[in-house]
Design a protein around this ligand. Sequence first.
Ligand code: SF4
Ligand code: SF4
Length: 203
Amino acid sequence: MKLPYKIRELAEAVRSSLSSPYTVRYPFEPSPAPDGFRGKPQFDEAKCMGCGACVEGCPTGALTLTDEGNVRIIELFYGRCIMCGQCVERCPVEAIKLTTEYSIVYTAKEEALTSIRRTLVCCEICGTPITTLEHLKWITEKLGELALSNSTLVAVMQDLALGKTPTRAPKAKEIDRSDIIRVLCHKCRRRAMAVDHGWRAKY
Ligand code: SF4
Ligand code: SF4
């Protein structure tokens, strides 16, 4: 025989009050995300070389790159991050990864920011930023002996071998053929090469 509706309801209420809850108590208690969950990205400070490839791939502008003097700053603002993982895909050295952390609740904007700072190498003639020192080292390593064909890489590695930091102040001067062996941006290198070939008027 079926129990009256009210008694069934009462039995259900007693059963529920004695059983464990179906919902989690987050945010009062931690509620870990499952493996493979795409949560907040995090830099690996030791691996990041400041190349900026992740910034290029970020669809929301959560990642930004700023060159200030001899310093490059890569900044990540969690308030704009949609945890898509494009930055992870683009990074050549696995220096950024998605964690299983998902909380993006902050009381101040500064708390939602994280950044990486790297030494920037600039053109010795015009001062245009080339890339970071760590990035140049990585490129040199990848190229092996082929790096010897690039004067900028040779000059930077020579400085490092001599214990110097390749961050000289730019020289605002006319380019001459001896500048070929300096640390140059692509535009100044083209001009220096043109001078070396006697094409000064054209470039
Ligand atoms: S996960 Fe996506 S949105 Fe977030 S920083 Fe990386 S690329 Fe940008
Ligand atoms: S792509 Fe990787 S190495 Fe380059 S700046 Fe981003 S996190 Fe750093």
